[in-house]
Design a protein around this ligand. Structure first.
Ligand SMILES: [Cu+2]
Length: 223
């Protein structure tokens, strides 16, 4: 069974394709006009080399204003649309409605700390259909915490916390879903292998798993 696409990825893809199509249409109009005018106004035999400059007529000025306005409206709309992406990774739902996981990046791994204090490296288990807030920091150098399947990425910086949110998809008949967490900041010789798994579980199974974990069987903190 194929893995369902996370909601944030669907929204992101739609916006990306919309922007790409608008850009393609704009490029096509410019290219066609350019070729047309190059042929139409090419230098003919016996013609003076330079065209005398002409003042901008009122109708030309109006045309220029209209085209500039269209561009401004299009670009502003895309900017607003990118902020209104739902769910927006930068503005996750409140902490009370989310599972908050602390992510500590270090050379060269990610450590995940759950609200009960349990921490683990390698795999981050999360429940399906839930808002997850990652509270991301680093203990040594700058790293990047990226979940490309969700189209989200945030810097992991020593001495500060950066927040990024995702909404996990429903399992859709799968027993679990697997995604890859990767470091996206060149952080030393181990950077290439700095990755972890994000496993989306059935919420009941997740709660059972988490309640079976205690701080004493946590993996030894590294870095
Ligand atoms: Cu790294």
């Amino acid at each position: 069974m194929s893995q369902p696409m996370p909601p944030s990825a669907i929204d992101w893809n739609n916006l990306f394709y919309l922007a790409a199509y608008i850009a393609l249409i704009a490029v096509a109009i410019v290219m066609v006009a350019m070729v047309y005018f190059v042929i139409k106004y090419r230098q003919r035999k016996g013609q003076t080399k330079f065209i005398t400059p002409i003042g901008l007529s009122k109708s030309r000025a109006r045309e220029a204003m209209i085209f500039a306005s269209i561009s401004i409206i299009l670009l502003l709309s895309l900017t607003i649309a990118s902020y209104r992406l739902t769910p927006n990774a930068r503005f996750p739902p409140p902490v009370s409605e989310s599972l908050v996981i602390k992510v500590t990046a270090y050379q060269w791994d990610f450590r995940f700390t759950y609200p009960n204090g349990y921490n683990i490296t390698g795999t981050c288990n999360v429940p399906a259909n839930k808002s997850i807030i990652f509270n991301v920091t680093s203990t040594d150098v700058m790293h990047g915490f990226g979940l490309m399947d969700f189209r989200v990425k945030i810097e992991a910086i020593p001495g500060r916390y950066n927040i990024i949110g995702i909404t996990t998809p429903s399992l859709d008949g799968n027993s679990e879903l697997n995604y890859t967490i990767r470091c996206f900041e060149y952080c030393g010789v181990g950077h290439t292998d700095m990755s972890a798994a994000l496993t989306v579980m059935d919420p009941t199974a997740f709660n059972q798993w988490l309640s079976n974990q205690t701080t004493s069987n946590s993996t030894v903190p590294g870095g």
